[in-house]
Design a binder for this molecule. Structure first.
Ligand code: FHN
Length: 466
């Protein structure tokens, strides 16, 4: 508690800081420049840092913030587009949008419940929005009052609670953090109220050094160690590749084993997600709402996708992808050597929508039986197969069969290795399946007449490495 004398000193200091920092209507200020790097340990080599991420293959994306309150509607009108962009799409003036903070009271939020949903879905990491483009901070930040502790009636640090729940359940906590900020006076200005990324803010460097970096430091030092710093909103004109390289080094200086996505730089080429520069900044590519046609040998990437059509909650978006579609996307992504970051958009009450919960439970059931064919696998060594996808581990190839052969003969083209054993992954007895050769490099596996799993039955081929 602050006693009266200290309170007077505190108020004087706060007023002085507010005078210095050039504030918006809700106080935003920096405690100190974030440019110092406060750790002596050298960053780990990238492949060392990526080991857990290659093993994980499947994570939960969470878009949660003030935008869950309007939930896609503003002043009685349905606002088109993704829910977390409502401040821009509905041209909501900053003071009006700020009022939402006073209404944010997610009394049904339960970090343990969210982490259990992710864990039971077979997800190994969680990437949650610490701050989206609207600038609202979902943790107790010391450099602004525009945060969940100071500006809402809820006054609980949801990121702190999630950090604890992830640690207790063995999941890695990661943060999505937007470089673009529609609220901070040194970052938004011309961007607001009508978004135009091609405008520039003369004080953007001050925002980066005195606000963005100190907040990244808060998140890593007070909520870490983190799995990934997942940057976004990098496309704004004021953010440059050199700033991205500096931020990459800054973050690694704060946590030497952290992973950083390629949206810290400028090269992702929109939703395609892959940097084409010779020395891309960031550890992995980030294709969005899509899966690359082919894996890129030696390139790490993660497809992020919504379960319906919005990242942030919209009350009327019921275009849910089926569990079949999501499970086959998981196999498709893994067959090309990628990770799958699947999104949920919790409500203003703090609940993950039931259609998401149902699909995640069904995905988890499949992974409980077949997870070996996804976790820690590498891209298929085979060319495309007509009936599904393939993943691999040393000495094993996993055949993900979506379309079951009507004649119980599954043809596997382009495989010259000697097969020592073939069986259904779900079969604990590992009942042998007959494998015969057809020509030089085609195999035929005799399978049961009916597909044991209509969505994706996995057959294991144990092989002699060539
Ligand atoms: O503009 C954001 C969008 O709101 C959402 O967060 C996605 C998720 O990756 N990223 C940006 C669009 O590329």
């Amino acid at each position: 508690m602050i006693n009266n004398t200290n309170k007077k000193r505190f108020v004087v200091l706060a007023v002085l800081m507010m005078a210095v920092c050039g504030l918006s209507s809700i106080a935003e200020c920096s405690e100190s420049s974030g440019s110092e790097i406060d750790t002596k340990s050298k960053p780990l080599a990238k492949q060392e840092r990526m080991k857990w991420w290659h093993e994980a293959r499947f994570g939960m994306f969470i878009h949660w913030g003030l935008y869950a309150i309007p939930a896609g509607e503003w002043k009685g009108k349905k606002i088109p587009g993704i829910g977390e962009w409502i401040m821009d799409r509905a041209h909501i003036p900053i003071p009006d949008y700020e009022q939402l903070a006073g209404q944010f009271n997610p009394v049904k939020f339960d970090a343990e419940q969210w982490v259990q949903i992710a864990k039971n879905a077979g997800m190994k990491y969680i990437v949650i929005t610490s701050k989206h483009h609207d600038g609202f901070c979902m943790w107790d930040s010391k450099v602004t009052n525009y945060d969940i502790i100071d500006a809402t009636p809820f006054k609980r640090d949801v990121l702190k609670e999630l950090s604890r729940a992830c640690r207790e359940n063995g999941l890695r906590l990661c943060f999505y953090h937007s470089i673009m900020d529609w609220h901070h006076p040194d970052a938004q200005g011309p961007y607001y109220p009508n978004y135009d990324a091609q405008n520039s803010n003369p004080n953007f460097t001050r925002y980066v050094e005195n606000y963005l970096k100190p907040q990244i430091k808060e998140l890593i030092k007070n909520y870490g160690p983190l799995g990934v710093m997942w940057f976004d909103g990098e496309w704004v004109k004021d953010w440059t590749e050199p700033m991205g390289r500096d931020m990459y080094n800054y973050v690694l200086g704060l946590q030497p084993d952290i992973i950083i996505n390629n949206r810290v730089g400028k090269g992702r080429k929109g939703l395609e997600g892959f940097s084409d520069s010779k020395e891309p900044v960031g550890d992995f590519g980030t294709p969005e709402q899509r899966i690359p046609a082919k894996g890129l040998p030696g390139v790490d990437w993660e497809s992020c996708m919504t379960m319906n059509d919005t990242w942030g909650y919209k009350s009327y978006d019921d275009k849910w992808k089926s569990t079949e579609d999501l499970l086959r996307k998981l196999a498709d992504i893994a067959s090309k050597g990628g990770n799958f970051l699947l999104n949920v958009g919790p409500t203003a009450e703090g609940l993950i929508p039931e259609p998401s919960v149902e699909r995640l439970a069904e995905i988890g059931q499949w992974l409980k039986v077949n997870g070996e064919s996804i976790y820690g696998t590498t891209a298929s060594p085979l060319d495309e197969v007509p009936w599904g996808r393939c993943t691999a581990k040393p000495g094993k190839i996993y055949l993900h069969v979506f379309d079951w052969p009507t004649d119980a003969k599954l043809e596997v083209p382009g495989l010259e290795n000697t097969i020592t054993k073939a069986y259904l992954l779900a079969d604990k007895e590992k009942t042998i399946l007959t494998v015969t050769r057809k020509g030089e490099d085609n195999l035929v596996v005799t399978v049961p007449p009916e597909a044991p799993d209509k969505i994706n039955t996995v057959i294991v081929l144990e092989i002699k490495e060539k």
